[in-house]
Design a protein around this ligand. Structure first.
Ligand SMILES: CSC[C@H]1O[C@H](OP(=O)(O)O)[C@H](O)[C@@H]1O
Length: 348
């Protein structure tokens, strides 16, 4: 049985709309909403109704198809003017996950050379569908490669949600746990709750529980004592953007876990598809880190937990320097050592 498949897809294309699993409602409600316009797609990405680098890219790709279908232009030039406006709008939703831009550019590239509006729309839709289908295969491959790093009975710590609902299926950091379950192996997962949006508590805990994977929830400040007291053997995380030297942007809190891994002398792995690499940037200092609203920090489920008017710093991501990363697991295998050389070879 392919474990994890009982976890619902977060994004489904109907041919004229997107059926989205609204991740802000989880774990209390499995609620789907239908997106029919580019504006609705933009709002869902910004509001984290869909989140997770690959899932954002897939959703944005179908958002472009909605834009193409709505363009209603007779002339191809007028069509692409309208289309490119929609592409720029979708690109403005969130700045850090490179998958968003990779998917928008890939759909656009697929349409080049279209001789009619109808042909352009068909090419856009075919490419968006291909992106989603490929991502599922890619994540499965990441899971297979990642599983070679773990043994039955290991205890592994992760942060945020780099799971099935953050991708087309399986996830990246969580993929090895699904594959392990399929193979009858039991890896004990410790999921860090991941303040302030609680992707770990709300999404990873829920996802792995649905798949009957052994998962224990901890708060973020328990990481160090959990590694020490629960004999954590490794840490595995997802990524939003990996640059040419291997520096990696991921959910805020990841950098701290990498430092803990160094202290405890346990491996720290990043799991990500090639679509999460951005070799146009040389180091992590070049990555734009999204800063989100103060309310995400000062409120919990709408209830204020901090004083009115308090200053808030709310970066959604941080950057882990490559020297703290043991290996990067992609669909092509595991890269280690001189990441700059290894990454260059990945994109030759
Ligand atoms: C495979 S998901 C990758 C990545 O995206 C998440 O961020 P967000 O929940 O803000 O979209 C998190 O950093 C995951 O590790």
């Amino acid at each position: 049985m392919t474990v994890g498949l009982n976890v619902p897809r977060s994004v489904q294309w109907t041919g004229q709309s997107i059926i989205l699993l609204d991740q802000t409602k989880l774990p209390l409600e499995v609620y789907y909403k239908e997106l029919k316009t580019v504006t609705e797609v933009w709002n869902s990405i910004v509001a984290l109704e869909v989140r997770g680098a690959p899932a954002i890219g897939i959703t944005a790709a179908f958002g472009l198809v909605l834009a193409a279908q709505a363009a209603k232009a007779e002339e191809i030039e007028e069509f692409f003017q309208s289309f490119n406006t929609a592409k720029s709008y979708l690109a403005s939703s969130r700045p850090t996950a490179v998958n968003l831009f990779w998917a928008l550019n890939r759909v656009t590239a697929a349409m080049q050379g279209a001789l009619s509006v109808g042909e352009a729309i068909a090419l856009a839709e075919a490419e968006a569908i291909a992106i989603q289908q490929e991502d599922e295969e890619v994540c499965r491959a990441i899971g297979e490669h990642a599983l070679t790093l773990f043994n039955d009975g290991d205890a592994v710590l992760t942060i945020c949600n780099a799971g099935s609902i953050a991708t087309a299926r399986y996830g990246t950091a969580l993929a090895p746990f699904y594959v392990a379950k399929e193979k009858g192996l039991n890896i004990k997962v410790y999921a860090s709750e991941t303040r302030p949006v609680l992707q770990g508590a709300r999404l990873t805990a829920w996802e792995l529980q649905q798949a009957e994977v052994d998962v224990t929830l901890i708060t973020d400040n328990m990481a160090a004592s959990t590694i020490a007291s629960k004999s954590i053997t490794a840490i595995i995380v997802g990524a939003d953007r990996i640059v040419a030297n291997g520096d990696t942007a991921n959910k805020v809190g990841t950098f701290g876990l990498a430092i803990l891994a160094k202290h405890f002398e346990i491996p720290f792995y990043v799991a990500a598809p090639l679509s999460t690499f951005d070799v146009s940037l040389q180091t992590g200092a070049d990555i734009v880190i999204e800063e989100r609203s103060a309310e995400e920090v000062t409120h919990m489920q709408g209830v204020r937990t901090a004083p009115e008017g308090i200053a808030v710093y709310n970066p959604a991501f941080d950057v882990t320097p490559h020297h703290l990363i043991t290996g990067i697991i992609t669909e092509k295998g595991i890269i280690r050592g001189d990441f700059e050389v290894e990454i260059k070879h990945l994109f030759l």
